[in-house]
Design a protein. Structure first.
Length: 59
């Protein structure tokens, strides 16, 4: 998958129609932001794939 084939953030968020799914999605966003605060120099918006993978292993 190339970068032009990756859906936008708005498209991804729009696909979460269920309130419980949206709530889960927001919870992951908050947890990821908190996780990034613990890592020196890592902003959630600029996190690398390895940071994301480490976050899910952390869960």
């Amino acid at each position: 998958m190339n970068a032009s084939a990756v859906p936008s953030k708005a498209t991804i968020q729009g696909s979460f129609r269920s309130k419980s799914t949206l709530r889960t999605y927001r919870t992951y966003q908050k947890q990821f932001a908190e996780y990034c605060k613990q890592l020196p120099g890592v902003e959630p918006e600029a996190a690398t794939p390895s940071v994301c993978t480490d976050f899910f292993h952390h869960l």
